[in-house]
Design a protein around this ligand. Sequence first.
Ligand SMILES: C[S@@+](CC[C@H](N)C(=O)[O-])C[C@H]1O[C@@H](n2cnc3c(N)ncnc32)[C@H](O)[C@@H]1O
Length: 144
Amino acid sequence: MKMVDRKHYCLNPEEAYFDSPQFIGYNATISAPHMHAYALDYLEASCKEGSRVLDIGSGSGYLAACFAHMVGPKGKVVGIDHIPELVEQSKLNVQADHPALLENQLEFHVGDGRVGFEAAAPYDAIHVGAYHPTIPHQVHHPLT
Ligand SMILES: C[S@@+](CC[C@H](N)C(=O)[O-])C[C@H]1O[C@@H](n2cnc3c(N)ncnc32)[C@H](O)[C@@H]1O
């Protein structure tokens, strides 16, 4: 998380380092840093050099960028969000923060997280940053 500067991923840079959710536009928020720390810690064993990670509901791209640092240039992180403007913004945010991540290991796509993102499956870890009452079949079993 120290390698990803949250000010690039929040609408209000003056509150970027508060441990609270922040608005990112389009009625969406970036989660609080302690929530991101919890998720990254929980998934650490599955996010090694070369791992493949799907970040569903990637918002402004912050957590996907963290995963990209963890998996390194031989890994792959795909962030998907159903709001096209946020997907475009997340690319710009990473471009401003750490553009090399976009060369190979990190990509963002518009999509409905309920059907996963089969094109880059299988994944070692799937983080869901949006609520769904159950795990949708295509997220749990992407290749069936
Ligand atoms: C609370 S925000 C979290 C954003 C990001 N994961 C973070 O922690 O900063 C939830 C995100 O999920 C996205 N989202 C909600 N439902 C979705 C769906 N069915 N498919 C893809 N994205 C979705 C929203 O557009 C929003 O960007």
